[in-house]
Design a protein around this ligand. Structure first.
Ligand code: CTP
Ligand code: MG
Length: 379
């Protein structure tokens, strides 16, 4: 039996209040949309994402090949209809899922499919209602108190036989879930046990709750890197990604940018991909004179290929001179730029005339890197 998944991601996320559509907000190391796709990819042979108008290309790049992207509509139901139009005729079941329910598990999708394969035509996950619910009139007066034990808070993925879902959507009606459209045409809808973690992320507070579910699931790794070079008369000084005119430069196989090199080593330490010497050392003549920015950029490419993302970089320059303070912002921008926009902090200190660089013979830097594992979003 073949299953398609329509992932509704075309909302603007008004209640969330971010500058970008809600589906593109990050939860841990990936967007809500990527989480939702990762959950359904193992059970769906066709995946269709509904994108907010104007974001189609960005979402196409994000989700990669093999996933169809269609422009959503003004309402969720309209978006789902746009996706449904692309479902191929060999599909038996369609799962409709909200990108906003980023943490629904693959197991929940499997449970829905199991019911469908047992003959149900419409299957919806739901949770018991813990609060008492009132229905009210437009002035805020209570009309009735429904019996709480008969109420369920419903979630997605909701699963349907393709034919039934197409029929339900033929009405072109609007509803906040697909189950309601199916109910309207008189079909039976079965509720199965939902998941707390399949909560719909609507506000920033919901994102915090969702984060608590994945807190330990993202793999964080840290690394430390150190570099030091002696001053060399007549060389330009490159430090922290920028040129320091009228400062004395340093010796080195490359441009001698100790801050950049310490960061590269911290990234190699965190990712376990060797070190500066083994990757760009003297046996690699193509890196002779290479800029710190170039080495940072190549290091970023290597760790990205290995599945890591930078969470934060901190680097401290240890030197009597130059004084970094006045150009700190400029240097942070240069380092961050070379690292694909990563969060970077830059500090400086002296060593009170002692050891290391206190004797005024050179410049050193210590960096730390925090990186996260970027899991593959397709099965
Ligand atoms: N959705 C959609 N097309 C729309 C509206 C919503 O595909 N025209 C999707 C959203 O992207 C979301 C899911 O439907 O994944 C559930 O909707 P909701 O949580 O309400 O998201 P938004 O509509 O984006 O949020 P808000 O209502 O706060 O604007
Ligand atoms: Mg909405």
């Amino acid at each position: 039996m073949k299953c398609a998944a329509i992932i509704a991601a075309a909302g603007s996320g008004e209640r969330f209040g971010a500058q970008i559509p809600k589906a593109l907000i990050h939860l841990g190391d990936r967007t809500l949309l990527e989480h939702a796709i990762a959950a359904l990819a193992p059970v769906a042979t066709q995946i269709i994402v509904t994108a907010p108008a104007g974001y189609e290309n960005q979402i196409r790049t994000l989700v990669g090949d093999g996933i169809e992207v269609v422009t959503g509509g003004a309402t969720r139901s309209e978006s789902v209809r746009n996706g449904l139009a692309l479902v191929t005729s060999d599909i038996d079941y369609v799962l409709v899922h909200d990108a906003a329910r980023a943490l629904a598990t693959t197991q929940l999708a499997r449970n829905v499919i199991t019911e469908l394969s047992n003959g149900e035509k419409a299957v919806i996950p739901g949770l018991v209602q813990v609060d008492t619910v009132k229905s009210v009139d437009s002035s805020g007066y209570v009309l009735a108190t429904p019996d709480r034990s008969t109420l369920r808070r419903v979630q997605t993925p909701q699963g349907f036989s393709r034919e039934l879902l197409v029929k339900a959507h033929a009405s072109k009606n609007d509803a906040t879930d697909d189950g309601a459209l199916v109910e309207t045409i008189g079909a039976k809808v079965k509720i199965i046990q939902g998941e707390e973690r399949a909560l719909k992320i609507t506000t920033p507070a919901d994102l915090s709750i969702a984060l608590s579910y994945i807190g330990s699931a993202s793999e964080f790794r840290s690394g430390v890197g150190v570099d030091a070079h002696t001053f060399a008369v007549g060389k330009p000084l490159w430090l922290a990604g920028i040129l320091w005119p009228s400062e004395m430069g340093v010796e080195g196989h490359s441009d001698g940018d100790v801050a950049a090199h310490a960061i590269c080593d911290a990234l190699f330490a965190a990712s376990g991909l060797g070190d500066l010497g083994s990757n760009f050392g003297v046996n690699r003549p193509e890196y002779a004179g290479a800029s710190g920015a170039k080495l940072l950029n190549e290091t970023l490419a290597m760790i990205t290929k290995a599945g890591y993302k930078i969470s934060h970089i901190s680097v401290q320059v240890i030197a009597n001179r130059p004084k970094l303070g006045a150009r700190r912002i400029e240097a942070i921008a240069a380092l961050s730029n070379a690292l694909g926009g990563a969060s970077v902090a830059l500090l400086a200190t002296t060593t009170d005339g002692m050891g290391l660089t206190g004797e005024g013979k050179g410049i050193a830097a210590i960096a730390s890197a925090l990186i996260t594992r970027n899991s593959d979003i397709r099965a």
